[in-house]
Ligand binder design. Structure first.
Ligand code: NAD
Length: 358
C-alpha cells in the first residue's frame, strides 16, 4: 500500500518552493523507487482566505491520516492585523500540538561549495553537519504556573516554570539517540546541571537512556559553553540534544553558521517517527511570486522525510547528492549567488530532478 504524504504549500513563496519539492517526489515515484500518494491541503493564510480558519478540520484530518507532512511556509503582512487565533502561525502551532510533534530536528549543514556564505572562516565551517534535537512541547515555554502578578508592595513580578517530567526527557533522549544511530553516533546533551535541578534530572535520564544505545557516545556540556563551542569549533558536534528554550537559541546560532537560510530543512517528529517537514525560513513575502526563492531547503526537507519517517535512507542520500551535484555545476539561486549570476526557483528544481535522473 502506498504511503500517504500531506502537502501543505501555505503562503508567500510556500506554493513555489513546494512545487519544486513535489517534482522531486514525483521523479522518485516515476522511477518506481518510491510508492507514495500525495494529497494537498490549505494551511495558514491561504486556508483562512478559503475557509476562515488557518487550520481547517479537513487539513487536520488529512495530516492525522498521513504518514508524513511536507509544509512550505505560512504568514504574510496581510494577516498581521487578524486576531491571534486566526493568524497563519496558529495553523502551524495547532498542527504541532495536535500531532504531538515533540522532537524538533534542526540540521546545520554547510555544503563546501557555499563555505563563503558563512560569516565564519571557511575552514571552521566548510562541510559542517550538525543536528540539533530540540524538545518542542515542554519546558519553560509551557510550564505552569506562569504569569505576571502584583506583589504586596505594588511591584509587578513576571514568572515562568521550567519543568520536565521523566517521560518527556526519556522520549527526547530516545529521539536523539535514534537520530545519532543514523549519523555519526555521537550525542552531546546540553544542559545547565550546575545550577538547575531540572537539568540534574535531565542528565540522569540521558545517562540512563544511553545504556540502550551502547554504540552511541554520550557527552554533556553546559549551555553557556555549548554556545561558545558552536562558534569556536562547530565541527566537533554530531547530534546535540537539549531543552526547548536552549534549543530555540542554539539552533538559530547553528543555522546562522551556514549563512544561507534558503538551504536549511527541519523536521518535527512524534513518538512513532511520524513527522512534519519544512524549511526553517518563512514565507518571504518580499520575493513571493517572483520565481526567485531558493527551493533547496524544501527539497532537503523531502530528504529528511525519507530518512526519518519513511526509512528510505538510500533515497534520502540520492537527493542530498543531487543537491550537491547542482551546486557543483554552479547553479545558484539569488540568495546564495554571492552577487554572481543566478537561476530561478523552477530552474533550480529542474536541475535537481535532472541530477536525480543522471
Ligand atoms: P523569512 O524567513 O520569510 O524571510 C527572511 C529573509 O530571507 C527575506 O529577505 C526573504 O526574502 C529571505 N528568504 C527566506 N526564505 C528564502 C528562500 N527560500 N530563498 C531566498 N530567500 C529567502 O522571515 P520573515 O521575513 O521574518 O517572515 C516573513 C513571514 O514568514 C512572516 O509572516 C513570518 O511570521 C513568517 N514565518 C513563517 C515561518 C514558518 O512558516 N515556519 C517561519 C518564520 C517566519
Amino acid at each position: 500500500m502506498s504511503t500517504k504524504i500531506a502537502i501543505l504549500p501555505g503562503d508567500g513563496i510556500g506554493p513555489e518552493i513546494i512545487n519544486e519539492a513535489v517534482k522531486v517526489l514525483e521523479c522518485l515515484q516515476q522511477d518506481h523507487s518510491l510508492d507514495v500518494e500525495l494529497e494537498t491541503a490549505a494551511i495558514g493564510g491561504a486556508a483562512y482566505d478559503e475557509s476562515g480558519s488557518p487550520l481547517p478540520e479537513s487539513t487536520l484530518n488529512l495530516c492525522k491520516s498521513a504518514e508524513a507532512i511536507l509544509l512550505g511556509a505560512v504568514g504574510g503582512p496581510q494577516y498581521e492585523s487578524l486576531e491571534r487565533e486566526l493568524r497563519p502561525e496558529k495553523g502551524l502551532l495547532g498542527l504541532r500540538s495536535e500531532l504531538e510533534l515533540f522532537s524538533n530536528l534542526r540540521p546545520a549543514i554547510l555544503y563546501p561549495q557555499l563555505a563563503n556564505a558563512s560569516s565564519l572562516k571557511p575552514e571552521i565551517v566548510s562541510g559542517l553537519d550538525i543536528m540539533i534535537v530540540r524538545e518542542l512541547t515542554g519546558g519553560i515555554y509551557f510550564g505552569q504556573p506562569r504569569g505576571i502578578r502584583t506583589l504586596d508592595n505594588g511591584e509587578k513580578e513576571g514568572y515562568n516554570t521550567l519543568v520536565y517530567a521523566e517521560h518527556e526527557i526519556e522520549r527526547i533522549a530516545r529521539s536523539a539517540f535514534d537520530v545519532a544511530m543514523k549519523r555519526g553516533k555521537k550525542v552531546c546533551s546540553v544542559d545547565k546541571a550546575n545550577v538547575l535541578e531540572v537539568s540534574e534530572l535531565w542528565r540522569e535520564v540521558m545517562v540512563r537512556v544511553s545504556k540502550e544505545y551502547p554504540e552511541v557516545e554520550l557527552s554533556h556540556m553546559y549551555v553557556d559553553n555549548a554556545s561558545m563551542q558552536l562558534v569556536k569549533w562547530p565541527k566537533q558536534f554530531d547530534v546535540m540534544v537539549t531543552k526547548n528554550m536552549f534549543g530555540d537559541i542554539l539552533s538559530d546560532t547553528a543555522a546562522m553558521l551556514t549563512g544561507s537560510i534558503g538551504m536549511l530543512p527541519s523536521a518535527s517528529l512524534d513518538k512513532n517517527g511520524k513527522g512534519m517537514y519544512e524549511p526553517i525560513h518563512g514565507s518571504a513575502p518580499d520575493i513571493a511570486g517572483t520565481n526567485k526563492a531558493n527551493p533547496l531547503a524544501t527539497i532537503l526537507s523531502v530528504s529528511m522525510m525519507l530518512r526519518y519517517s519513511l526509512n528510505k535512507t538510500e533515497l534520502a542520500d540520492r537527493i542530498e547528492q543531487a543537491v550537491s551535484d547542482v551546486l557543483d555545476q554552479g547553479m545558484r539561486t539569488e540568495d546564495i549567488a554571492d552577487g554572481g549570476s543566478f537561476v530561478s526557483t523552477q530552474e533550480m528544481g529542474d536541475a535537481v530532478v535532472n541530477a536525480l535522473k543522471a
